[in-house]
Design a binder for this molecule. Structure first.
Ligand SMILES: [Zn+2]
Length: 293
Protein backbone atom coordinates (compact mmCIF):
# COMPACT_ATOMS: atom_id res chain seq x y z
CA UNK A 1 0.00 0.00 0.00
CA UNK A 2 1.26 3.49 -0.86
CA UNK A 3 2.64 5.56 2.02
CA UNK A 4 0.29 8.51 1.47
CA UNK A 5 -2.70 6.17 1.35
CA UNK A 6 -1.61 4.56 4.62
CA UNK A 7 -1.25 8.06 6.10
CA UNK A 8 -4.72 9.09 4.87
CA UNK A 9 -6.28 5.90 6.26
CA UNK A 10 -4.47 6.40 9.58
CA UNK A 11 -5.74 9.98 9.83
CA UNK A 12 -9.28 8.83 9.00
CA UNK A 13 -9.12 6.16 11.71
CA UNK A 14 -7.78 8.74 14.18
CA UNK A 15 -10.69 11.06 13.34
CA UNK A 16 -13.19 8.25 13.91
CA UNK A 17 -11.51 7.46 17.25
CA UNK A 18 -11.59 11.12 18.27
CA UNK A 19 -15.29 11.29 17.35
CA UNK A 20 -15.89 8.20 19.44
CA UNK A 21 -13.97 9.77 22.35
CA UNK A 22 -16.03 12.94 21.94
CA UNK A 23 -19.28 10.98 22.03
CA UNK A 24 -18.00 9.05 25.04
CA UNK A 25 -17.18 12.33 26.77
CA UNK A 26 -20.76 13.47 26.36
CA UNK A 27 -21.84 10.20 27.91
CA UNK A 28 -19.49 10.81 30.86
CA UNK A 29 -16.84 8.31 29.74
CA UNK A 30 -13.07 8.96 29.70
CA UNK A 31 -11.76 11.70 27.44
CA UNK A 32 -8.29 12.61 26.23
CA UNK A 33 -6.30 14.21 29.07
CA UNK A 34 -5.54 17.92 28.89
CA UNK A 35 -3.04 19.86 30.98
CA UNK A 36 -5.48 22.53 32.13
CA UNK A 37 -7.47 22.15 35.32
CA UNK A 38 -11.19 22.25 34.51
CA UNK A 39 -13.26 25.10 35.90
CA UNK A 40 -13.78 25.03 39.66
CA UNK A 41 -17.04 25.53 41.47
CA UNK A 42 -17.68 29.13 42.49
CA UNK A 43 -17.58 29.85 46.22
CA UNK A 44 -21.16 30.49 47.29
CA UNK A 45 -22.16 32.58 50.32
CA UNK A 46 -24.12 31.10 53.18
CA UNK A 47 -23.71 28.47 55.83
CA UNK A 48 -25.57 25.61 57.48
CA UNK A 49 -25.79 24.92 61.19
CA UNK A 50 -25.66 21.18 61.82
CA UNK A 51 -26.48 19.12 64.90
CA UNK A 52 -23.44 16.91 65.44
CA UNK A 53 -23.14 13.96 67.78
CA UNK A 54 -20.00 13.04 69.69
CA UNK A 55 -19.07 11.21 72.88
CA UNK A 56 -17.14 12.49 75.87
CA UNK A 57 -15.65 10.74 78.87
CA UNK A 58 -16.64 13.36 81.42
CA UNK A 59 -14.51 11.82 84.15
CA UNK A 60 -11.31 10.78 82.46
CA UNK A 61 -10.41 7.15 82.84
CA UNK A 62 -13.86 6.23 84.20
CA UNK A 63 -14.81 4.43 80.99
CA UNK A 64 -18.19 6.13 81.20
CA UNK A 65 -18.96 7.94 77.96
CA UNK A 66 -21.79 10.38 77.45
CA UNK A 67 -23.42 11.19 74.16
CA UNK A 68 -23.35 14.92 73.44
CA UNK A 69 -24.96 17.01 70.70
CA UNK A 70 -23.27 20.16 69.50
CA UNK A 71 -24.44 22.61 66.87
CA UNK A 72 -21.71 23.82 64.53
CA UNK A 73 -21.69 26.18 61.58
CA UNK A 74 -20.43 25.07 58.19
CA UNK A 75 -19.87 27.73 55.52
CA UNK A 76 -21.00 26.11 52.26
CA UNK A 77 -17.96 27.40 50.35
CA UNK A 78 -15.66 25.72 52.89
CA UNK A 79 -17.38 22.33 52.92
CA UNK A 80 -16.98 19.15 50.89
CA UNK A 81 -18.95 15.90 50.78
CA UNK A 82 -16.78 12.86 50.03
CA UNK A 83 -18.20 9.50 48.92
CA UNK A 84 -15.83 6.75 50.06
CA UNK A 85 -15.63 3.55 48.02
CA UNK A 86 -19.26 3.52 46.88
CA UNK A 87 -18.28 0.88 44.33
CA UNK A 88 -20.59 -0.58 41.74
CA UNK A 89 -20.05 -4.08 43.15
CA UNK A 90 -18.27 -5.96 45.93
CA UNK A 91 -17.15 -9.52 46.42
CA UNK A 92 -19.41 -9.80 49.49
CA UNK A 93 -22.99 -10.14 48.30
CA UNK A 94 -24.49 -9.03 51.62
CA UNK A 95 -22.34 -5.89 51.48
CA UNK A 96 -23.72 -5.23 47.98
CA UNK A 97 -27.28 -5.66 49.21
CA UNK A 98 -26.81 -3.31 52.17
CA UNK A 99 -25.10 -0.67 50.03
CA UNK A 100 -27.87 -0.94 47.41
CA UNK A 101 -30.41 0.10 50.03
CA UNK A 102 -28.40 3.26 50.84
CA UNK A 103 -27.39 4.34 47.32
CA UNK A 104 -30.60 6.24 46.40
CA UNK A 105 -30.32 8.33 49.59
CA UNK A 106 -26.58 8.83 49.04
CA UNK A 107 -27.33 10.10 45.54
CA UNK A 108 -30.15 12.40 46.65
CA UNK A 109 -27.96 13.86 49.38
CA UNK A 110 -25.14 14.37 46.88
CA UNK A 111 -27.53 16.18 44.52
CA UNK A 112 -28.86 18.46 47.26
CA UNK A 113 -25.35 19.23 48.58
CA UNK A 114 -24.11 19.96 45.05
CA UNK A 115 -27.05 22.25 44.33
CA UNK A 116 -26.22 24.24 47.48
CA UNK A 117 -22.58 24.72 46.43
CA UNK A 118 -20.91 22.04 48.54
CA UNK A 119 -17.92 20.48 46.75
CA UNK A 120 -18.54 16.83 45.88
CA UNK A 121 -15.60 14.40 45.84
CA UNK A 122 -16.15 10.85 44.55
CA UNK A 123 -13.54 8.43 45.87
CA UNK A 124 -14.06 4.95 44.37
CA UNK A 125 -10.58 3.69 45.37
CA UNK A 126 -8.43 1.74 42.93
CA UNK A 127 -10.61 2.53 39.95
CA UNK A 128 -9.31 5.88 38.79
CA UNK A 129 -8.55 4.37 35.36
CA UNK A 130 -12.25 4.37 34.57
CA UNK A 131 -12.29 8.19 34.90
CA UNK A 132 -8.99 9.04 33.21
CA UNK A 133 -9.23 12.29 31.28
CA UNK A 134 -12.68 13.27 32.56
CA UNK A 135 -13.01 16.83 33.89
CA UNK A 136 -13.92 15.37 37.29
CA UNK A 137 -10.69 13.41 37.53
CA UNK A 138 -8.56 16.24 36.10
CA UNK A 139 -10.07 18.73 38.55
CA UNK A 140 -8.49 16.75 41.41
CA UNK A 141 -5.32 15.67 39.61
CA UNK A 142 -4.40 19.17 38.50
CA UNK A 143 -5.03 20.96 41.80
CA UNK A 144 -1.80 22.76 42.76
CA UNK A 145 0.00 20.40 45.11
CA UNK A 146 -0.30 21.45 48.76
CA UNK A 147 1.73 19.15 51.01
CA UNK A 148 -0.12 17.63 53.94
CA UNK A 149 0.81 19.36 57.21
CA UNK A 150 2.65 17.42 59.91
CA UNK A 151 -0.02 14.93 61.00
CA UNK A 152 -1.38 15.37 64.52
CA UNK A 153 -0.42 12.61 66.91
CA UNK A 154 -3.69 11.25 68.27
CA UNK A 155 -4.73 8.26 70.40
CA UNK A 156 -5.73 5.33 68.17
CA UNK A 157 -7.38 2.61 70.26
CA UNK A 158 -8.35 -0.66 68.52
CA UNK A 159 -11.75 -0.90 66.84
CA UNK A 160 -14.53 -2.59 68.84
CA UNK A 161 -15.21 -5.26 66.18
CA UNK A 162 -13.00 -8.06 64.90
CA UNK A 163 -12.95 -8.07 61.12
CA UNK A 164 -9.85 -10.23 60.75
CA UNK A 165 -11.87 -12.64 58.59
CA UNK A 166 -12.69 -9.88 56.09
CA UNK A 167 -16.03 -9.21 57.71
CA UNK A 168 -18.29 -11.14 55.34
CA UNK A 169 -21.36 -12.32 57.27
CA UNK A 170 -22.68 -14.75 54.65
CA UNK A 171 -22.74 -18.53 55.15
CA UNK A 172 -20.57 -19.73 53.52
CA UNK A 173 -18.41 -16.62 53.38
CA UNK A 174 -18.11 -14.93 49.98
CA UNK A 175 -14.86 -15.45 48.12
CA UNK A 176 -12.80 -12.49 46.93
CA UNK A 177 -13.07 -12.52 43.15
CA UNK A 178 -10.53 -9.91 42.07
CA UNK A 179 -11.87 -7.13 39.88
CA UNK A 180 -15.58 -7.67 39.52
CA UNK A 181 -16.07 -3.95 40.22
CA UNK A 182 -14.40 -1.18 38.30
CA UNK A 183 -16.12 2.10 39.05
CA UNK A 184 -18.41 4.02 41.37
CA UNK A 185 -21.97 2.72 41.77
CA UNK A 186 -24.08 3.54 38.71
CA UNK A 187 -26.76 4.91 41.06
CA UNK A 188 -24.50 7.83 42.01
CA UNK A 189 -24.59 10.75 39.60
CA UNK A 190 -21.33 12.55 38.84
CA UNK A 191 -21.94 16.09 37.57
CA UNK A 192 -21.11 19.78 37.59
CA UNK A 193 -17.96 20.74 39.47
CA UNK A 194 -17.54 17.31 41.13
CA UNK A 195 -14.05 15.88 41.57
CA UNK A 196 -12.82 12.28 41.53
CA UNK A 197 -9.81 11.06 43.49
CA UNK A 198 -8.68 8.19 45.68
CA UNK A 199 -5.58 9.94 46.97
CA UNK A 200 -5.51 11.87 50.24
CA UNK A 201 -2.73 14.16 49.07
CA UNK A 202 -4.71 15.08 45.95
CA UNK A 203 -7.93 15.59 47.91
CA UNK A 204 -6.10 17.76 50.44
CA UNK A 205 -4.56 19.83 47.64
CA UNK A 206 -7.99 20.45 46.09
CA UNK A 207 -9.34 21.40 49.52
CA UNK A 208 -6.50 23.91 49.97
CA UNK A 209 -7.09 25.38 46.52
CA UNK A 210 -10.80 25.82 47.25
CA UNK A 211 -10.42 26.92 50.87
CA UNK A 212 -12.25 23.84 52.12
CA UNK A 213 -11.91 23.18 55.86
CA UNK A 214 -14.79 20.76 56.46
CA UNK A 215 -15.33 17.27 55.05
CA UNK A 216 -18.57 15.33 55.39
CA UNK A 217 -17.87 11.68 54.60
CA UNK A 218 -20.23 8.84 53.71
CA UNK A 219 -19.71 5.42 52.17
CA UNK A 220 -18.31 2.02 53.01
CA UNK A 221 -16.91 0.34 54.97
CA UNK A 222 -16.89 2.23 58.27
CA UNK A 223 -14.28 0.07 59.99
CA UNK A 224 -12.00 -0.17 56.96
CA UNK A 225 -11.88 2.37 54.11
CA UNK A 226 -13.99 5.15 55.66
CA UNK A 227 -11.71 5.36 58.65
CA UNK A 228 -8.44 4.16 57.12
CA UNK A 229 -8.00 5.46 53.56
CA UNK A 230 -5.55 8.28 52.82
CA UNK A 231 -8.61 10.55 52.36
CA UNK A 232 -10.46 8.87 55.24
CA UNK A 233 -11.43 9.96 58.72
CA UNK A 234 -8.11 9.33 60.51
CA UNK A 235 -5.74 10.95 58.04
CA UNK A 236 -7.93 13.97 57.29
CA UNK A 237 -8.59 14.57 60.99
CA UNK A 238 -4.85 14.33 61.66
CA UNK A 239 -4.27 16.82 58.85
CA UNK A 240 -6.51 19.33 60.61
CA UNK A 241 -9.62 18.99 58.43
CA UNK A 242 -12.92 19.20 60.35
CA UNK A 243 -14.36 15.78 59.48
CA UNK A 244 -17.96 14.66 60.05
CA UNK A 245 -19.24 11.12 59.36
CA UNK A 246 -22.75 10.78 57.91
CA UNK A 247 -23.57 7.93 60.27
CA UNK A 248 -26.65 6.45 58.58
CA UNK A 249 -25.01 6.27 55.15
CA UNK A 250 -22.22 3.89 56.08
CA UNK A 251 -21.88 0.17 56.79
CA UNK A 252 -19.27 -2.09 58.35
CA UNK A 253 -17.69 -5.29 57.12
CA UNK A 254 -18.38 -7.28 60.27
CA UNK A 255 -19.32 -10.89 60.76
CA UNK A 256 -21.49 -11.51 63.86
CA UNK A 257 -19.69 -14.87 64.33
CA UNK A 258 -16.59 -12.88 65.34
CA UNK A 259 -16.05 -10.83 68.54
CA UNK A 260 -17.85 -9.09 70.11
CA UNK A 261 -20.51 -11.56 68.82
CA UNK A 262 -23.25 -8.99 68.20
CA UNK A 263 -25.56 -8.47 65.20
CA UNK A 264 -24.22 -6.84 62.06
CA UNK A 265 -26.15 -3.63 62.73
CA UNK A 266 -24.91 -3.52 66.31
CA UNK A 267 -21.38 -3.94 64.95
CA UNK A 268 -21.87 -0.86 62.76
CA UNK A 269 -23.32 1.04 65.71
CA UNK A 270 -20.29 0.15 67.83
CA UNK A 271 -17.87 1.36 65.15
CA UNK A 272 -19.77 4.65 64.80
CA UNK A 273 -19.65 5.03 68.59
CA UNK A 274 -15.88 4.41 68.52
CA UNK A 275 -15.46 7.09 65.84
CA UNK A 276 -17.52 9.54 67.92
CA UNK A 277 -15.28 8.87 70.92
CA UNK A 278 -11.88 9.12 69.28
CA UNK A 279 -12.05 10.60 65.80
CA UNK A 280 -14.85 12.87 64.69
CA UNK A 281 -18.48 13.82 65.26
CA UNK A 282 -21.32 12.36 63.20
CA UNK A 283 -24.46 13.72 61.57
CA UNK A 284 -27.52 12.08 60.03
CA UNK A 285 -28.61 12.42 56.41
CA UNK A 286 -32.01 13.51 57.78
CA UNK A 287 -30.37 16.50 59.49
CA UNK A 288 -28.47 17.36 56.30
CA UNK A 289 -31.62 17.18 54.14
CA UNK A 290 -33.50 19.33 56.64
CA UNK A 291 -30.84 22.03 56.76
CA UNK A 292 -29.85 22.00 53.10
CA UNK A 293 -33.32 22.01 51.54
ZN1 LIG B 1 -20.49 -11.97 51.91
Amino acid sequence: MRKDLVYALTRMLQSICLLAVGAAALAGEPVTPSAKQPELRPAVPGAVRLQLRARVELFKGSGQWNEVTVEEEFPLAQTALLLCDVWNDHYCKSAVRRLGVMVPTMNRLTQVARSKGIQIVHAPSNFMDFYTGTPYRLRAQLAPRAPLPKLLDMPDPPLPVDSSDGGCDDVPQCVYDGRSYVREHVGIEIAGFDAISDDGQEVYSLFQQLGIKNMLILGVHTNMCVIGRSFGIKQMTRAGVRVVLVRDLTDTMYNPRKPPLVSHDEGTRLVVEHIEKYWCPTVTSEELFKKLQ
